[in-house]
Design a protein around this ligand. Structure first.
Ligand code: PBG
Ligand code: ZN
Length: 324
């Protein structure tokens, strides 16, 4: 059927029709809010590169978690800013490390909130790389044990799910084995499976003070030019025991989300990263676009591409917008 018999505009005339034929529906259930935990008390330090985001001491983290819960957001993704960094990223797996502390506090005060922890070493190492070093080289296999140790210590503190973001080969299997052996076979892993080496992480690295002190992350994060490799990476993580697989960043990689969605029958998450957030906030502040509308359009697009779960710094704003 074609014009003039078929007129696509017919179903766009009435707002009710538009609602009825809408293919993608963003809901608060889709949203995960990333938060930055920091030591101290009464700290709510604005992150200049990410307007509207803060480094939060545990008391403020609990407050924010309550607000998120009241808005209906199901889960948080926790990052930590440690007191001190060293070559082996010791605070990442310390019993009283920042993430462990944050998890205990929020789990105690806001038990309804699901707590996902980012598992990586880059915030905790003095060199800023996601694994440990052998000279100037990132030592894949030596990093695995520490990453698994980190995941286990998060879970011991009460994390409901762990999310390894380091991109070392074999880390999902190592974490799965370690958790299983310690009696945590029920804890799911959301793997940052197709994580690209991206300049869109710039604002995050300022927020978490996690930029590499030398070199870059090109030897472990993926090349932006590759999509077939994303399917390979994701398949490997599924074989190693991942329960949810993530594509990151989201916006410049919608094709990758779409492809992974078609290939894999596990839930797919997409990370609407710091740079994507910062661009919209900056453009809104400059008055060149309506940030709220662009936010909703963007999140809807990521879901339309095939993501089931959206990790986004916009989670609170989007949840409020969805309430009308
Ligand atoms: C740690 C990590 C990063 C992000 C999530 N986990 C930074 C990086 O890999 O350099 C990026 C998040 C964002 O930009 O919002 N490995
Ligand atoms: Zn890292």
């Amino acid at each position: 059927m074609r014009f003039p018999d078929y007129r696509p505009r017919r179903l766009r005339q009435h707002p009710a029709f538009r609602r009825m034929v809408r293919e993608t529906r963003l809901t608060v259930d889709d949203l995960v809010l990333p938060l930055f935990a920091t030591h101290g008390k009464g700290v709510r330090e604005p992150i200049p590169s990410m307007p509207g985001q803060y480094r939060l001491s545990t008391d403020h983290l609990v407050k924010t978690a309550k607000e998120a819960r009241d808005l209906g957001i199901p889960a948080l993704l926790l990052f930590g800013i440690p007191k001190k960094k060293d070559a082996l990223g010791t605070e990442a797996y310390a019993e009283h490390g920042i993430v462990q502390k944050a998890v205990r506090a929020v789990r105690d005060k806001v038990p309804e909130m699901a707590l996902i922890t980012d598992v990586c070493l880059c915030q905790y190492t003095d060199h800023g790389h996601c694994g440990i070093l052998d000279g100037r080289v990132i030592d894949n296999d030596a990093s695995l044990e520490l990453l698994a140790k980190t995941a286990l210590s998060h879970v011991r503190a009460g994390a409901h799910m762990v999310a390894p973001s380091d991109m070392m080969d074999g880390r999902v299997a190592e974490i799965r084995d370690t958790l299983d052996e310690a009696g945590f076979s029920h804890i799911p892993i959301m793997s940052y499976a197709a994580k690209y080496c991206s300049a869109y992480y710039g604002p995050f690295r300022e927020a978490a003070d996690s930029a590499p002190k030398f070199g870059d992350r090109k030897t472990y994060q993926m090349d932006a030019a590759n999509a077939l490799e994303a399917v390979r990476e994701v398949t490997l993580d599924v074989e190693e025991g991942a329960d949810i697989i993530m594509v990151k960043p989201a916006l410049a990689y919608l094709d990758v989300i779409c492809r992974v969605r078609e290939e894999i029958d596990l839930p797919v998450a997409a990370y609407n990263v710091s740079g994507e957030y910062a661009m919209i906030q900056a453009a809104h502040q400059l008055g060149v676009l309506d940030g709220r509308k662009v936010m909703m359009e963007t999140l809807t697009a990521i879901k339309r591409a095939g993501a089931d779960i959206l990790l986004t710094y916009f989670a609170m704003d989007a949840a409020r917008a969805l309430q009308g």
